[in-house]
Design a protein around this ligand. Structure first.
Ligand code: AMP
Ligand code: MG
Length: 350
C-alpha cells in the first residue's frame, strides 16, 4: 500500500514572479515573510510595505489561533470538544469564530446538498484519513459511519455562541472550509495592521491582496493534478483567492486502486465525478475553499450549472479525459499552458 499526503510536502499553487504588461512600482522595503505549519499544511505568508513585519506577525498569530480552535485532531480544540460531547444533549459553548465556521459549513451543505457535509468525520475516520492510517473500511463499518453523516443534526446557535451534535458518535470535520475561513481572517489581520499588499499561501488556498511585487496583478499557477511538478496554466489575480481541491492531494493505493480524501456523502466512497481537480477563484476566500471541495464532488456538469446561477466565483475544472474547462470570467486572466502535456482547453459560457 502506498500513502501520499501531498499537501504537507508542497503547496498546490505556486506564485510566479513577474506580471505581464504591468508597470512595476519600485519596492524599497523587502517583504516580511513567515512560514508556519497549521491545518495540516505548510503555509507561507508574505507582506509588502513598511507595515509588513507587524502585519505578517498578526496574520501568523491569527492562523495559529484558528488552527487551535478548528482542528479535528487536536484534542483541546473546540471542534474536538464539540465532537466529544456528541449526543449528550448539551450545547457546547464556542468562540464566535468557531460558530461562524460551523455556520458557514452548514450554509454550504444547504447550497450543495449531497455534495458537501461537514459531519463527514466518521467516514474520514473509517477510511483512516484522520490518523493517516489509511485502509479500505469493512462494508459494515462504512455503512455505520455513513449513517452518522447528517448535517441537519448539527445545531449551531451563533447568538450564544454554541453548537451541539444531536446523535452520539457524530463528529464534525472542517477540513474543507477551515483554510478559507482562516484566510479571510488573516486578510483582516493584514489590513488592520496597515498593510495592503500580501500573498497568503495556505497550501492549496492562495490569497493575493493589493498590488503584487511586479504590478497590480499577481500570477498564480494552477498545478497539473497528474504531475505536481507541472502546471496547467497561470491565473492573473488581485484581491482574490484561488482554492484548489483534487483527489491527488491526499490518497492511498490498495490493490492498484487509488482512494482519495474527498468523500461523496451519498456513497461514503471517495468522490468519483470524473474531475481531477477544481480551482475556484473568488474575492471571498471561504467561499472559494468550500466550493472547490463541494464542486469536486458534484462533477463538471453540476459545477457549471451552479456557476451559471451565481456571479461570485469563476472555475478551472480539470477532467480525467484531459480537458481543462475555464469559465468565461477568466477568459482574459487565465493563460493555458497544459497543451504541452496533452491537455485541451475550453471556455464555459453562461
Ligand atoms: P479541501 O482540501 O478543501 O478540498 O478539503 C478536503 C477535506 O474536506 C478532507 O480532507 C476532509 O477533511 C473534508 N471533506 C471530505 N469530503 C467532504 C465533503 N464531501 N464535504 C465536506 N467536507 C469534506
Ligand atoms: Mg475546500
Amino acid at each position: 500500500m502506498r500513502f501520499h499526503f501531498f499537501s504537507v510536502l508542497c503547496p498546490l499553487l505556486l506564485l510566479l514572479s513577474g506580471c505581464a504588461g504591468c508597470s512595476a512600482p519600485a519596492e524599497e522595503t523587502p517583504p516580511a515573510q513567515r512560514q508556519l505549519f497549521a491545518m495540516d499544511t505548510l503555509m507561507s505568508l508574505t507582506v509588502y510595505g513598511p507595515q509588513g513585519e507587524a502585519a505578517v506577525q498578526a496574520a501568523q498569530q491569527e492562523l495559529s489561533r484558528l488552527d487551535g480552535l478548528l482542528s479535528r485532531t487536536d484534542p483541546d480544540s473546540q471542534i474536538s470538544q464539540l465532537n466529544a460531547r456528541a449526543g449528550d444533549g448539551t450545547w457546547v459553548p464556542l468562540e464566535p469564530e468557531t460558530a461562524g465556521a460551523l455556520e458557514f459549513a452548514q450554509q454550504t451543505a444547504q447550497l450543495l446538498p449531497g455534495d458537501f457535509d461537514c459531519t463527514i468525520a466518521p467516514v474520514m475516520d473509517a477510511w483512516g484519513f484522520t490518523k493517516q492510517e489509511c485502509r479500505m473500511p469493512a462494508p459494515a463499518q462504512l455503512e455505520r459511519s455513513l449513517s452518522l453523516v447528517d448535517s441537519a443534526a448539527l445545531l449551531v446557535d451563533p447568538s450564544i455562541p454554541a453548537a451541539r451534535l444531536e446523535r452520539a458518535d457524530m463528529a464534525v470535520d472542517l477540513g474543507a472550509v477551515a483554510k478559507g475561513f482562516a484566510a479571510g481572517r488573516a486578510v483582516k489581520a493584514v489590513l488592520d495592521a496597515g498593510a495592503s499588499s500580501a500573498l497568503l499561501d495556505l497550501g492549496r488556498n492562495v490569497t493575493v491582496l493589493g498590488d503584487g511585487p511586479g504590478g497590480p496583478l499577481w500570477r498564480v499557477a494552477v498545478i497539473d493534478p497528474q504531475d505536481a511538478g507541472r502546471y496547467l496554466g497561470v491565473v492573473a489575480m488581485r484581491d482574490q483567492t484561488a482554492s484548489t481541491s483534487g483527489g491527488y492531494e491526499r490518497y492511498f493505493e490498495q490493490d492498484g486502486i487509488r482512494y482519495h480524501h474527498i468523500i461523496d456523502p451519498k456513497t461514503g466512497y471517495p468522490a468519483d465525478s470524473g474531475l481531477l481537480s477544481v480551482t475556484v477563484i473568488s474575492s471571498d476566500p471561504q467561499l472559494a475553499d468550500a466550493l472547490s471541495t463541494a464542486l469536486f464532488v458534484a462533477g463538471k456538469d453540476s459545477a457549471l450549472d451552479f456557476w451559471r446561477g451565481r456571479e461570485d466565483f469563476e472555475l478551472i475544472l480539470c477532467s480525467a479525459g484531459g480537458t481543462v474547462t475555464v469559465t468565461e470570467g477568466l477568459e482574459d486572466y487565465f493563460q493555458f499552458q497544459g497543451d504541452a502535456y496533452g491537455y485541451t482547453c475550453e471556455t464555459a459560457r453562461r
